[in-house]
Design a protein around this ligand. Structure first.
Ligand code: DGJ
Length: 738
């Protein structure tokens, strides 16, 4: 084959004559081609190959019960070909990538290859979060046009290749060039027809307080669907999964990661068919979703970030971390060290006044904490969770000097001031709801189901968005706020908008999400110096969509050090440590009742973005000294903890221990963290093999005052002291000897 259209340095190689498209990054090749007179086939995705010469072409055979698009060729069926963006209703019986309902009610479509375009850089996805470039040269985009002659509708498949980041993204745009409106019922962002079915599926399921638990198992014939139908990316399943070869570990195996840059309902699916090929899809949720595309208009999907690793899960995660840290997270906090915070939620819940806050702030400042966050309960008449969401003005009973007065007193102690808000919600008992009962999602005549006593504002409504933007702007302009925790504490029910006509009701949930993104874009642009942390009852919306607007997220409401081993491990599969909030809280722990040592709680919180969520006015002298030691240590290690390259060493899913190592870019420094859950009597000795070091260099383990070779530490391992009690942990710094 001759790939002539683009030079060999290009990330996108095209063979014009054979119509083959070869996308290339250092680790991976992704190849498509036009087969049998117009169908776009998927040919390969995997380890990078220098040249595509079709050593394994698509093979055809006459297969029973798989109809033919050309009656003279019984060997070709869409049902048996590996397709790039398969359609419904004309011989492919597998899960279609898209589903349109035409004006006549039929859903059959026939999209054939029409053309392609290669461009330097990438197109911005207006109104949608996406991986961006800082310079055009960082990315190349291949757009392939598929066309339905009868309906005059085009599908544009966008492939953005980021060679330096070893990743590619995919999204789809449907454009109505005809003269009849139609309805999109499904439009997946990425579809990959793998030519084998010998995979395991790894996904992150969970619940409130138990987010992103790793689950892995063989896929079976038939479909496996992973989805959220909640109007949020959800605690229950994160919008990420990977197909892995059965031998996959942290350091070996074929891994294909799919991560969806979206915060609302989503759907992922893997279907293994009769010939054991597997079709993988990821995109917008399909239940109660549709979108009308009128003549001359278009619809754009969010994007999926696809990462391949031939060397296991570790490299996949580090690729996502670097890409998300550098080309998803934006603004003045991108790459910048995050402050150590104290949050008053678990210290006081709703029961506080200015004096109490100032007492907490005094102790916090003394202990080396840098930011004070005032959580829920500072506004309206909010003494519990039954009231006042929407009434964004300070409760002067609790804060007699207003928010401004309290904030100024706190900042005068040398702390920054941060504030909690939940701008997408309204309490039934609120002034806002009493004056605008129609501003929440609801179906006339039906019950408005409450969850945590609250309703969801209709962010598809511009009046709602403008009202919220005004209120937030006032609050943030009036007080010296340098951090905002943007919370969201329920999922959608009665997802219906009063602004939409009957046939567009199913657009409500996606319009809501677009509205949220618009408000977030406005507020974060208006207040560029504020550090925003997204939250949804902990990690109910921990997704790349949110990270585009808010560089960190509250990982989980569960602050227990043991639970956190699993949560950190699972979350770190995709999301960078810089994005994860992690707090030391009081014992017995408020979520699980467990008592763990303060040192271990400190270590597990330092694993990500360190914060405290307890009442420091109750500290003993010893506790106060320990917390001061922790904040001092964290400040020293912070660049590594937040932005170092992460190597997972011991999985809490496999045994009692959790161990990770971070290195800086030139591997001259590293930090090793080890946490052991339950101790055992007369237990075997423990040795952990490190990873990510320079094998040719020597390293001093500073805390042990011992020196070892990098090779020795990685191939032989590092001894862990005898574990003599539950929940012991160690945090050791390593320095390369020069
Ligand atoms: C849920 C959050 O996850 C908590 O941290 C806290 O902010 C509460 N909401 C406040 O209502």
């Amino acid at each position: 084959m001759t790939f002539t259209a683009h030079d060999q340095q290009s990330a996108i190689l095209v063979d014009e004559a054979a119509l083959r498209f070869h996308l290339k990054t250092p680790s991976t090749s992704y190849v498509m081609g036009v087969v049998n007179g117009g169908w776009l086939a998927h040919l390969y995705w995997g380890r990078a190959v220098r040249r595509w010469n079709e050593s394994a072409p698509v093979r055809y055979a006459d297969r029973g019960f798989s109809g033919n698009t050309d009656k003279n060729d019984r060997t070709f069926s869409l049902d048996t070909a590996p397709l790039e963006y398969p359609s419904y209703g004309s011989t492919d019986f597998r899960d279609p990538a898209f589903h349109f309902r035409w004006e006549d009610g039929a859903s059959v479509s026939e999209f054939r290859y029409k053309g392609y375009e290669v461009k330097q850089g990438r197109r911005t996805l207006e109104g949608l979060p996406h991986v961006y470039t800082e310079q055009e040269a960082e990315a190349e985009t291949l757009t392939i046009q598929l066309y339905d002659e009868l309906k005059q509708v085009s599908l544009y498949l966008d492939y953005v290749v980021f060679p330096d980041y070893d990743a590619l993204t995919r999204s789809v745009r449907v454009v109505n060039e005809g003269d009849e409106a139609f309805t999109v019922e499904k439009l997946t962002s990425a579809n990959v027809d793998f030519r084998s079915g010998d995979w395991e599926l790894l996904s992150l399921y969970g619940a409130h307080n138990r987010e992103r638990d790793v689950e892995r198992g063989p896929i079976r014939h038939g479909s496996t669907v992973l989805e959220s139908r909640r109007g949020a990316s959800s605690h229950q399943l994160n919008p990420f999964f990977a197909l892995v070869s059965p031998d996959t570990t942290e350091t070996q195996g074929d891994v294909y990661g799919f991560s969806f840059v979206y915060s609302g309902s989503w759907r992922g699916a893997v279907e293994v068919d009769q010939f054991s090929t597997s079709r993988v899809q990821l995109g917008l949720g399909t239940l109660d979703f549709s979108w009308e595309v009128t003549p001359g208009s278009s619809f754009q999907t969010p994007e999926v970030v696809m990462v391949y690793s031939s060397a296991g899960l570790g490299p996949m995660s580090r690729t996502y971390h670097r890409l998300y840290n550098e080309r998803l997270i934006r603004g003045s906090w991108k790459g910048k060290e995050r402050p150590i915070l104290i949050n008053n939620w678990e210290a006081t819940y709703f029961d506080f006044d200015e004096q109490k806050l100032l007492a907490i702030a005094d102790e916090a400042a003394d202990a080396g904490i840098e930011l004070f966050v005032l959580d829920d309960g500072w506004f309206g008449r909010r003494n519990d969770d039954t009231t006042s969401l929407g009434d964004w003005y300070p409760d002067t009973k609790k804060l007699p000097n207003g928010l401004k007065g309290a904030a100024e007193k706190i900042t005068s102690k040398g702390l920054r001031f941060g504030l909690w808000m939940e701008p997408e919600m309204v309490s039934a008992d609120s002034e806002l709801y009493r004056s605008h009962p129609d501003w929440c999602l609801h179906v006339p005549g039906r019950r408005r189901s409450e969850s945590r006593n609250q309703l969801v504002l209709d962010y598809g409504n511009p009046d709602v968005r403008n009202y919220i933007i005004d209120k937030l702007t006032t609050v943030l302009e009036e007080s010296p706020v340098s951090y905002v925790k943007w919370d969201m504490n329920r999922n959608m029910t009665e997802a219906s908008s009063r602004l939409l006509p009957a046939h567009r009701q199913k657009e409500t949930a996606h319009r809501y999400m677009l509205g949220v993104y618009e408000v977030m874009e406005t507020i974060t642009t208006r207040f560029p110096e504020i550090l925003f942390e997204s939250c949804a009852g902990g990690g109910g919306r921990f997704d790349p969509g949110m990270l585009y607007y808010m560089p960190q997220a509250w990982t989980s409401d569960n602050t227990d050090a043991v639970s956190r081993t699993r949560i950190h491990y699972g979350t770190s599969l995709v999301y960078p440590p810089s994005a994860m909030g992690s707090h030391v809280s009081a014992v017995p722990n408020h979520q699980v009742g467990r008592i763990t040592p303060l040192q271990t709680r400190g270590h597990m919180a330092m694993d990500m973005n360190l914060g405290y969520e307890l009442d420091p006015t109750t500290f003993t002298a010893e506790e106060k000294a320990e917390v001061s030691r922790q904040t001092a240590r964290y400040k020293e290690l912070r660049p590594l903890m937040q932005f170092g390259e992460l190597y997972r060493l011991e999985s809490p899913y496999e045994g009692e221990s959790y161990a990770v190592l971070r290195t800086n870019a030139d591997k001259s420094e590293a930090v090793f963290l080890y946490m052991h859950r339950l101790a055992d009597a007369n237990a075997p000795f423990i040795r952990v093999r490190l990873d990510g070091l320079d094998p040719d260099a020597d390293y001093r383990v500073v805390d042990l005052d011992q020196t070892f070779g990098g090779d020795e530490l990685m191939y032989t391992g590092l001894d862990i002291p005898m574990i003599t009690s539950d929940f012991q942990s160690f945090l050791w710094k390593l320095e390369k000897i020069t």
